[in-house]
Structures are given as structure tokens and as C-alpha cells.
Write a protein that binds this ligand. Structure first.
Ligand code: SF4
Length: 245
């Protein structure tokens, strides 16, 4: 179980008639979704990042179906944990359908990994692979609208991702629904904590795991240096006080 009790803010991600949470019907079809709202295929990178986009897209009149395609996530155990977290939330809380699409890890290694620590080029190529699979899935499954939860995290390269999705959507004859969900990132953090969802501390690939570990270490070093400076200042002030008596 993700959570035994769900607070008001956690309920924000739920769908229901007049506030009543509905159980997901596993045979839900696109036609049935159309009666709830305009069907839209939403690429999702993880459960926590899906909370606010699903809520806000529903408020706009869309009915999202989530598309999972993230061959970037390493190691495999981390990939499976994020997918499991998303599936549980989608089934038990948000009542949203999930399509697990193709994931070509070999293509990711060949087309993205060679960019290594060149983050701008690496992330753009990574967005392109995942969003191309999402767009192909959308066409196969009869969707006209596509979006992505990548637009909620302030850690993503927002403009680059927007550009990639716009170009791909146009190429596949789809409409890109691009929204700036970043102002809702704190709400997503709060809600996912309340739901006791697994929350990762790096984007997904092994490069991002290393970059995040370096950033955390730099932060720790900066805090340590600040504390040392404050201690030195206190000692200096005390010495002045003693000398000035
Ligand atoms: S940092 Fe994230 S978006 Fe960029 S390449 Fe790695 S997994 Fe992909």
C-alpha cells in the first residue's frame, strides 16, 4: 500500500465524481476516457512528477493516459521501483490508465550515452528518444494530444524539452500540450511525501546520478565552510572583546 491515510492535499491527485474517488476500471477504453475529457497521452518520468500534471490537465478538460517509456533510468532495480511506484499511484490514487511502451536501452546507449557529461546535448537526445516513443504510441493508440511530466521538474532543461516535444508532435501530426507545471513542483513534493511514494534523488541516467552526488557533496562542503567561517568570526569577535576591556 502506498498510504494508509490520505490528506486533503494528497487527494488533489484523485479523480472522482463530486469528490468521490472512483475505482479504476481496468477495461477502460479511449472511448470511455473521451466521455471524461479529451484523451491525451502523457509521457511520465515517475509517479511523483505525474501528480500535478494529471490534476491540472484534468482541470483543463483533458483525460490523461500515462505513457511509461524511460530506458534512461539506471540501474534496472531503480527503473523497476519508479515504475512500480507510478503504477500503484495510478491504480490506487489517481485512477489513470498506464501504457507501458517500448524501451530500447541499446538505442539509449548508442544515441544518448556517448554525450556523457555534456548535459545539454545528452538531455536533448534523451528527451527526443522518450518523446518519440510516446508520439509513436499516441499515433498507434489513436490519441491526438501529447504532453510530458518532464515539464514539472525545475531540474529539467525546460526550453530544450519544449522544443523537442513541439517538433516531434508536429512530425507525428499530433498536438503538443505544453504547460509550465514547475510552479506546482513544491505541491508535488508535499503530496508525494504524504502518500509515502518513493522519491528519487537523481534524474535517471548514471550520469545524472554522478552529477547529483557531486552537487550534494558541494552543498555539504559549502555548509561546512560557512560554519567554519562563522566559528572563526565568533573567535575573532571574542578576542576583540577581550583586548578592548
Ligand atoms: S539527466 Fe535525465 S534527461 Fe538528462 S540524459 Fe540523464 S536521464 Fe535523460
Amino acid at each position: 500500500m502506498i498510504a494508509k491515510t490520505v490528506s486533503e492535499s494528497a487527494k488533489r491527485g484523485m479523480r472522482g465524481r463530486e469528490g468521490v474517488v472512483e475505482k479504476q476500471d481496468e477495461s477502460t477504453s479511449i472511448a470511455e476516457e473521451a466521455s471524461r475529457g479529451v484523451p491525451l497521452l502523457l509521457h511520465a518520468c515517475c509517479g511523483p512528477c505525474s501528480i500535478e500534471p494529471v490534476l491540472h490537465l484534468r482541470q483543463e478538460g483533458f483525460e490523461p493516459t500515462i505513457c511509461w517509456t524511460n530506458p534512461n533510468i539506471a540501474p534496472r532495480s531503480e527503473h523497476d521501483l519508479r515504475l512500480r511506484t507510478l503504477m500503484q499511484w495510478a491504480r490506487d490514487v489517481a485512477h489513470v490508465r498506464v501504457i507501458v511502451a517500448d524501451e530500447d536501452s541499446a538505442a539509449w546507449e548508442a544515441g544518448v550515452a556517448p554525450f556523457g557529461l555534456d548535459r545539454a546535448r545528452r538531455c536533448r537526445a534523451c528527451y527526443a528518444q522518450r518523446l518519440a516513443t510516446t508520439c509513436r504510441t499516441a499515433v498507434d493508440q489513436g490519441f491526438s494530444y501529447v504532453s510530458t511530466t518532464l515539464a514539472v521538474s525545475p531540474y529539467q532543461l525546460f526550453d530544450s524539452c519544449h522544443d523537442v516535444l513541439s517538433q516531434l508532435a508536429a512530425h507525428f501530426g499530433l498536438t503538443s500540450v505544453w504547460r509550465d507545471f514547475r510552479p506546482y513542483y513544491p505541491d508535488a513534493t508535499k503530496c508525494s511525501r504524504e502518500l509515502q511514494m518513493y522519491r528519487q534523488n537523481y534524474c535517471g541516467c548514471r550520469f545524472s546520478a554522478a552529477e547529483a552526488a557531486i552537487s550534494r557533496q558541494e552543498l555539504r562542503d559549502a555548509r561546512k565552510a560557512a560554519r567554519a567561517r562563522a566559528r572563526a568570526q565568533r573567535t575573532f569577535d571574542q578576542d576583540l572583546f577581550v583586548c578592548g576591556r
